[in-house]
Write a new protein. Structure first.
Length: 299
């Protein structure tokens, strides 16, 4: 183990890109990312597949997911894992604005966006298309590109096209950051509920994902009901929608994460996204960044 670690540090020291300047988020601005943050995150990237395999093993223990006591233990495990990536759920339009913000970046290396294979799918060797959906940003793009795991640098236009494809495939976008700090934002994950480890932890514990700055607004009068439609029931992987006595769908607003997946596919036009009044994670991912009130950014 000791020699493993020393060889990893040798690789870190030999990787010149660690010491070049990198850009990261900081509220509605950008900031330089130094070699220590870069190296720590690089190490996380190296060990991420192992961590995800451990998480998957934990989630396969029926006692932990199927019993009240087990769920409490799982909740505690998720709570003390605060330093691992957590995410704010966002709509496709908000994710596109995040990409636009990155595109307007000036400073070290300018805009950096890369896409690569979903790390959960790769770690667990469980594949489901679209699988090339890990969209890393700024210093995150530099790290994962250099980890040689199949990432490619892409333009903002291509990134936005991919985000729309992920929406059509029913994937939830989440802006993810480590250490529960917006200074460690590194990726837009595009998650499902079968393979994605953070989403599965969230569905069992309510941890790891946070509601975004938007929430669904549902006009029940316009709903044509489950018998004729029911699309929102399928699209919402969180399980926010339920069928009322009249056969129409209703929404448990307390549970809505604000992904927007149920809006575009609603044939009754019963749904829109509106600003969430009590968005609590603006100190990590500012609402203005996601809802569109930012200028050209530079370091
Ligand atoms: S998708 Fe729209 S019309 Fe269809 S059941 Fe849901 S709310 Fe009603
Ligand atoms: S109700 Fe709609 S916006 Fe809310 S979490 Fe479900 S799919 Fe996403």
């Amino acid at each position: 183990m000791k020699s493993d670690l020393s060889s990893i540090f040798q690789v870190i020291l030999s990787e010149g890109h660690i010491f070049s300047e990198h850009a990261g988020f900081s509220g509605k601005k950008l900031r330089g990312v130094g070699p220590i943050q870069y190296a720590v995150h690089w190490l996380y990237g190296v060990f991420e597949p192992v961590i995800l395999r451990i998480v998957d093993y934990v989630l396969s223990i029926r006692f932990l997911t199927k019993t009240v006591m087990g769920r409490k233990i799982l909740y505690v495990i998720a709570s003390i894992s605060w330093f691992f990536p957590h995410g704010v759920v966002v709509t496709t339009a908000a994710a596109e604005r995040m990409v636009d913000f990155v595109e307007r970046t000036e400073g070290p290396k300018g805009a950096r966006i890369a896409v690569g294979p979903c790390v959960c799918q790769m770690a667990l060797n469980r594949w489901q298309e679209p699988s090339k959906k890990d969209m890393v940003l700024l210093y995150g793009a530099d790290i994962y590109y250099h980890l040689n795991m199949g990432y490619e640098l892409i333009s903002a236009e291509k990134a936005k096209g991919l985000l729309r494809e992920f929406d059509a495939a029913g994937l939830v976008h989440a802006v993810e950051f480590c250490l529960r700090s917006g200074k460690w934002i590194f990726v837009i994950c595009n998650c499902d509920d079968k393979i994605c480890a953070p989403t599965r932890i969230f569905l069992h514990t309510g941890k790891m994902l946070f509601p975004g700055p938007e929430i669904v607004n549902h006009d029940r009068k316009l709903c044509i009901g489950r018998e004729k439609c029911g699309k929102c029931l399928e699209r919402c992987i969180i399980g926010v929608n339920f069928v009322g006595d009249d056969g129409k769908v209703a929404v448990d607003y307390d549970k809505c994460m604000g992904c927007g997946l149920c809006v575009n596919t609603c044939p009754g036009k019963a749904r829109t996204m509106v600003k969430r009044e009590n968005y609590r994670h603006g100190h990590q991912v500012p609402a203005d960044l996601l809802l569109g009130k930012t200028e050209t950014v530079s370091l």
